[in-house]
Write a protein of this length. Structure first.
Ligand code: ASP
Ligand code: MG
Length: 439
């Protein structure tokens, strides 16, 4: 069994849905994970925001607009009248449901229910298309088996058991369709895996059933050595280790959801990144296979804030860092980079929720300074600690870049530098030239 995940643009129009069939209609047993049609989740977020703000008229207009789009989609998507009328019925059920929230109290639970509609609709419409085309397939409701625990981590035991039960109901079938992104939480309520979470669904499902391979299909021919949005000359990386891919996804490579590598790594299931527009391209294979040393890729993560704490109490003291970190732990705030000197420590966070409260507590320790609009640029690859030259090559490449902070030695897979976001592009270009000889 393999898992094939297709994102929003791959199901983003009737034409794209039609071409998807060519990629999945073959003898290989598979579970196909679909996102919502592109733009839908954004619209549902907007609708929810309007409802939170009690702008119910605005929400109603947005809902009508989205429904209209879908009415157009189904006219184009199907050739038979019976498919169109089935799809109309489906849309009216989902949109009446969304509309019902304009008449009642709106809380986070209603929001999650609204956000789930995009994937429920895309998978149902696609299933109808397969039926019309006489392609034998089964729609598996993700809400029957996807479940997160109290720490918002996948409840693998539950998922594995219940997914296997669902599959066992159809022993002679080989093509299954299911929703990405949506899940139940610890209370059994409808929830989701956060934006971009369909990749995570695919790797969780792959791990839960011990799939042979997990394929993430997007619009680019794999993970590139640099960010193609800022740098012209980039190339796809043929092979990555799980650790390298996890670092790249976490530090800004938009092609993969940051935590989606974990389930695949835990069960050692290869993940292949492929391109729907160019299915024959090799893409990127992510596996546990040994990697040659060297630079693999750079990626950047924006929206970084640094907090610098300078304190006489740190000098020759112990327990200071623990006290500082405890503040962040209490606010459940992950720290990305740290740098210390004998009397000061700098650390970075990627969101500023609760920052005011954190700063009040940190002020107890010394003088606190905050800087915003920074980016972490991560250089990922395999840099064995005993080998000279890697730091040298990076510093050489960054000769003309003002670097704010450096993290080296935390792992053999990542060297990160912090720069002002306004010079991120220059930094990516400088590294492309210095490390990959691409000018
Ligand atoms: N539809 C969801 C989103 O737009 C999940 C996904 O596409 O991966 O974030
Ligand atoms: Mg995505």
């Amino acid at each position: 069994m393999i898992i094939m995940k297709f994102g929003g643009t791959s199901v983003g129009s009737p034409q794209r849905m039609h071409s998807l069939i060519g990629l999945i209609d073959n003898a290989e047993a598979k579970i196909v994970v679909l996102s919502a049609m592109s733009g839908t989740t954004n619209s549902l977020v907007e609708i929810s925001q309007a409802l939170y703000q009690k702008e119910n008229d605005k929400a109603a207009i947005l809902i009508d607009l989205l429904e209209k789009n879908y009415s157009n989609v189904i006219q184009e998507l199907y050739t038979t009248e019976s498919s169109v009328s089935k799809a109309k019925e489906l849309l009216s059920i989902h949109f009446d449901y969304v509309r019902s929230f304009t008449r009642d109290l709106f809380t986070i639970n209603e929001e999650r229910a609204i956000l789930a509609q995009g994937e429920l609709i895309s998978t149902a419409l696609f299933q109808y298309l397969l039926e019309e085309k006489k392609v034998q397939s089964v729609l598996l409701p993700a809400l029957n088996f996807m479940r997160m625990n109290e720490n918002s981590e996948p409840d693998m035991g539950f998922i594995s058991e219940n997914l296997r039960l669902e599959l066992a109901k159809h022993p002679s079938e080989s093509l299954f369709i299911t929703q990405g992104y949506i899940s139940r939480n610890d209370f059994g309520e409808i929830d989701n895996l956060k934006r971009g979470g369909s990749d995570y669904t695919a790797t969780i499902i792959g791990a839960a059933i011990g799939a042979e391979e997990i394929q993430i299909w997007t619009d680019i021919d794999g993970m590139h050595n640099n960010d193609p949005r800022f740098v012209n000359k980039t190339f796809p990386i043929a092979k990555l280790t799980f650790d390298e891919a996890a670092e790249l996804a976490y530090f800004g490579a938009k092609i993969l959801h940051p935590t989606c590598i974990l389930p695949a790594k835990s069960q050692n299931i290869p993940v292949r990144l492929l391109n729907t527009m160019q299915p024959e391209a090799l893409g990127t294979l992510i596996s546990s296979e040994n990697q040659t040393e060297g630079f693999r890729a750079v990626a950047a993560k924006d929206g970084i804030t640094t907090i610098n704490i300078k304190s006489g109490r740190m000098l020759l003291a112990y327990g200071f860092l623990r006290a500082v970190f405890e503040v962040f732990e209490r606010y459940k705030k992950p720290i990305d980079m740290i740098a210390t000197s004998e009397v000061a420590v700098s650390l970075t966070v990627d969101n500023t929720d609760d920052l005011e409260n954190i700063l009040v507590e940190l002020n107890e320790f010394g003088i606190v300074n905050v800087e915003t609009n920074l980016s972490i640029v991560s250089i990922v690859g395999l840099f064995p600690a005993e080998k000279p030259g890697y730091a040298g090559a990076i510093f050489d490449a960054l000769r003309s870049i003002p670097v704010r902070m450096i993290s080296y030695g935390g792992s053999e897979n990542n060297i990160s530098v912090l720069v002002e976001t306004k010079i991120k592009k220059d930094t990516l270009l400088a590294l492309n030239k210095g490390l990959f000889q691409l000018d």
